[in-house]
Design a protein around this ligand. Sequence first.
Ligand code: ADP
Ligand code: DP6
Ligand code: CO
Length: 351
Amino acid sequence: MAAIFEATCTAPVNIAVVKYWGKRDTSLILPTNSSLSVTLSQDQLHSKTSIRASADFTTDRLWLNGIEESIEKNKRLVACLRETRALRATLEAENATLPKLAGLKIHICSENNFPTAAGLASSASGYACLVYTLSKLFELPLNASDLSVVARQGSGSACRSLFGGFVAWEMGEKADGSDSRAVQIAPETHWPDLQAMICVVSDEKKGTSSTEGMQLTVKTSALLQHRIKDVVPKRMDDMIAAIHAKDFPKFAELTMQDSNQFHAVCLDTYPPIFYMNDISRAIIRIITEYNKDGVKAAYTFDAGPNAVIYAPKENMAEIFSILSHYFPGAAFDDSLNLVKENPEKVAAGLP
Ligand code: ADP
Ligand code: DP6
Ligand code: CO
């Protein structure tokens, strides 16, 4: 039996407060606007990926949540493998003592401990984890920002999960995508008072994937053009300033406005896309009422009906009890503490 080389890592999800929605290049995954997100703690939601390489393997194979999926049909996965293998091949060419891994077939086994394809950013943690684990297996000397360029080619939002804390994805200008990468705006230790709560409204797979949805929006929505030209550039600056100043009311207002505009853009898509449902809209009304004498919480919804609530720690118990009162049956994953990992470990966590 030939030697087996193996790496296992975990990676966190990130939830955008200035949303990415739209590609200017669909194969390299280059966005139509910059975006900004908060990386959540891995203690609650994460992907875990093990990758093995061996001369005994005859094909590349992938199991996602225990079910085998085709790799060849998945262009993005193929791109991440191609990029990381090419980097490994360069290392092997420079150093003859390294084991020859670039040419070996691999087996990938990945699991999400939360609903997949339900609007809780599984593609973000999933591809960040894939690329990070490949970089460990191949011992690639790349920093998080360089890895983000590879992860971006798996799923756009994945580039932001390579960092903890507050992370911008700068859209970049170059046609080759080398300047379309993630940068950390502030580390996870910056704002310990800020917490996130996930409200699982539905764990079903969404009807329209993010990839399909955003391309239809690019093709048909005039509102998207207004958003990317007139709204997002200033909103990115304002959001970064609010985060640096730890100004929760401003952070919350911008977060809610951006979620609202993203869902308006989905409605402006033709035919329209509805990601929120009646429970999502009820959560918006409840938080709006809760905020009537001063902004104490922010809601945001990705491409799905599930809510993420950002709030200062001291308000979380109250918000949890209000939401549980209205939706006693709903599963709420309480109080994700953002300050759990040290920066080096954010995408790592080798067991
Ligand atoms: P989400 O809102 O969960 O990010 P998307 O429509 O953006 O939903 O992406 C879901 C897709 O991401 C899945 O169908 C799968 O192809 C991919 N994905 C999710 N989790 C993983 C993972 N752990 N490893 C590899 N790919 C994953
Ligand atoms: C609404 O990153 O899932 O969550 O690049 O096609 O894989 P692909 O799309 P994806 O889109 C995420 C959209 C969003 C907003 C965000 O995370 O910024
Ligand atoms: Co996604």
